[in-house]
Design a protein around this ligand. Structure first.
Ligand SMILES: C[S@@+](CC[C@H](N)C(=O)[O-])C[C@H]1O[C@@H](n2cnc3c(N)ncnc32)[C@H](O)[C@@H]1O
Length: 182
């Protein structure tokens, strides 16, 4: 429904990251999870739409790509083991639900693990194209990710299929190493 190709920001940010275990929250039909899995990542794609997950499953089978598909509400779901990467792309939840996930992600990642968030920014309402209109569900520059060090937090323009410009938020964060005392 969204597009078969992975999101350009996901590709630009993650192409050079060594493969490991990853989860894609609100994966939809799995364009990003499929791309990562095709590059050696052991991916789990999570979405509460059984229809989207069924489509992703069919595409993966047709392309011979292995990954795990989970039908679940991401506000309730937890990965069963620590992961190296969490991708959140165009998942627009009510503010409290998104903040609750943001506060948990640090605990899901291994030391040095990466969180990548891409989504419509609140600035898009005034000067960008398309996207959800409820400001409570949009991304902004003051998001907090406990336990993580934010290495990028930027408003990024994206060219839409019809040639307009949308304004997205891109956040890349890494889990700080856990300090141990001797
Ligand atoms: C705009 S689509 C983006 C899909 C995918 N991340 C991508 O970039 O192509 C948003 C997806 O989030 C899913 N979603 C929204 N709220 C969710 C929730 N609470 N739990 C699981 N999935 C959710 C929707 O079903 C939808 O597939």
């Amino acid at each position: 429904m969204w597009s078969a190709a992975p999101n350009g920001f996901v590709v630009a940010e993650l192409a050079d990251l060594p493969p490991g275990r990853g989860v894609d929250l609100g994966a939809g039909e799995g364009r990003n999870a499929l791309w990562l899995a095709s590059r050696g990542w052991v991916m789990t794609a999570v979405d509460f739409s059984a229809v989207a997950i069924a489509t992703g499953t069919r595409v993966a089978a047709a392309r011979g790509i292995g990954l795990t598909w989970v039908v679940a509400d991401v506000t309730q779901w937890e990965p069963p083991a620590p992961v190296d990467l969490v991708v959140v792309a165009y998942l627009h939840l009510p503010g409290p639900d998104l903040r609750a996930i943001a506060s948990r992600v640090g605990g899901w990642l291994v030391d040095g693990g990466t969180l990548l968030v891409v989504g419509h920014d609140v600035e898009n309402l005034a000067t960008g194209a398309g996207g959800p209109r409820n400001p409570d569900t949009l991304y902004h520059d003051r998001m907090d990710f406990p336990g993580l060090t934010v290495v990028r937090n930027e408003l990024v323009p994206r060219r839409t299929a019809d040639g307009a410009t949308a304004l997205d938020r891109l956040v890349r964060a890494v889990r700080r190493p856990t300090l141990t005392s001797r």
